[in-house]
Design a protein around this ligand. Structure first.
Ligand SMILES: *Cc1c(COP(=O)(O)O)cnc(C)c1O
Length: 351
């Protein structure tokens, strides 16, 4: 079965071999305070910075999930309020999680067909402006230029970006925001249970000024430990090791980005002309390059998914309110050209 689910998603073919290797090398029972772990931790961070083009002065840290990052941002970086700009279920969830801890969280919803017009987005009174770069539920994305403009318009605020279903698959301009995070079970093609959180010097300064230290995962503790290539509690050592092994072999993000965009173009052209299923998002400038969301008649979608399963493809269910009326196709780097070709052929036949 080839998984085109947009998370947890197809893992890289090498993962079983790397797990075996990790066992042989004693990684599975490695002490997380050991020199050996600290080396793996440091190497993984160096590789992330190199392969993804993360500025040298940004801090890279490990957490367990994107959801945990939502809470870390709330507890450690929001003193007064936050503004959540979103158009779908994941942005909404982030807003809800924040609101439970801080009632002053504000929401600004926009239409999924709309390309954000940054000039009108001024929330300089907000401690943190929260953006979902790639909305996995409806297949939309917020472009790098818009994130940059939002930062420019709001010099007092920190810009925090959920890039869970795009980091590792498309090029992101890390300098244009202060906090970035992603879990690894999407574009990184790794098993779930690990996430990456990236902070600008400005975010670290803000963290220090606030000085929140009430939680095991307070950002100040995470930062203090990662400066020594360590983690607050026993981390997902295997996950970090697998990330390191995969990154070592991966191309630069520029190359990956090109390939992702080419494939996205192929998917969009195919469904632009498809008779049975339509692209959920009509505005091509709003569409995601990593998650393709298709709309159709619920009974036709159900039947097609069954056929797909029989043909060896696992497709992504619709998410949240779109569960019955849409399905999703991951356009993630771990998928191989021949797998993509096979699924394209499957949909061509169904036309
Ligand atoms: C999958 C996803 C999450 C949740 O990730 P977890 O690792 O399960 O916490 C959050 N945001 C976006 C945009 C996602 O796609």
């Amino acid at each position: 079965m080839i998984s085109f689910y947009p998370g947890p998603s197809r893992v890289h073919d090498e993962i079983p071999a790397y797990v075996k290797e990790a066992h042989q090398r004693g990684i599975l029972s490695m002490n997380h305070r050991s020199k050996e772990f600290m080396e793996i931790c440091g190497d993984t961070i160096a590789l992330l910075k190199k392969k993804l083009n993360i500025p040298a002065n940004y801090a890279v840290m490990f957490t367990t999930s994107a959801t945990e990052c939502w809470e870390i941002i709330t507890q450690s970086l929001i003193q007064n309020n936050s503004t959540h700009i979103y158009n779908g279920a994941f942005g909404e969830k982030w807003y809800q999680y924040t609101k439970r801890l801080n009632a002053r969280a504000q929401k600004v919803q926009f239409n999924p067909e709309e390309v954000l017009s940054a000039a009108y987005l001024n929330f300089n009174h907000s401690d943190v402006i929260c953006l979902t770069q790639n909305e996995t539920s409806n297949g939309t994305q917020v472009g790098n230029a818009i994130i940059a403009a939002i930062k420019k318009n709001n010099p007092h605020s920190l810009i925090a970006v959920d890039a869970t279903s795009s980091m590792g698959g498309v090029e992101l301009n890390f300098r244009d925001a202060d906090v970035w995070f992603a879990s690894v079970q999407k574009c990184f093609g790794l098993p779930a249970g690990l996430a990456i959180m990236i902070c600008s010097p400005k975010a670290i300064e803000r963290m220090q000024a606030i000085g929140e230290k009430n939680h095991y995962n307070s950002l100040s503790f995470i930062k203090e430990m990662i400066d020594k290539n360590q983690t607050v509690c026993t981390p997902n050592v295997l996950g970090i090791y697998l990330l390191m092994r995969v990154l070592k072999k991966s191309s630069s993000i520029k190359e990956i980005h090109k390939k992702t965009n080419l494939r996205a173009k192929t998917w969009y052209e195919l469904f632009h002309k498809h008779t049975q299923f339509q692209l959920l998002i009509k505005n091509k400038n709003a569409r995601s390059n990593t998650v393709i969301c298709l709309a159709g008649d619920p009974s036709q979608i159900r039947a097609m998914k069954q056929n797909a399963k029989r043909a060896g493809f696992l497709l992504g269910e619709g998410y949240g309110a779109l569960k019955e009326t849409t399905f999703r196709i991951a356009n993630f780097p771990a998928l191989k050209d021949e797998e993509v070709k096979k699924l394209i052929a499957f949909f061509r036949k169904k036309k």
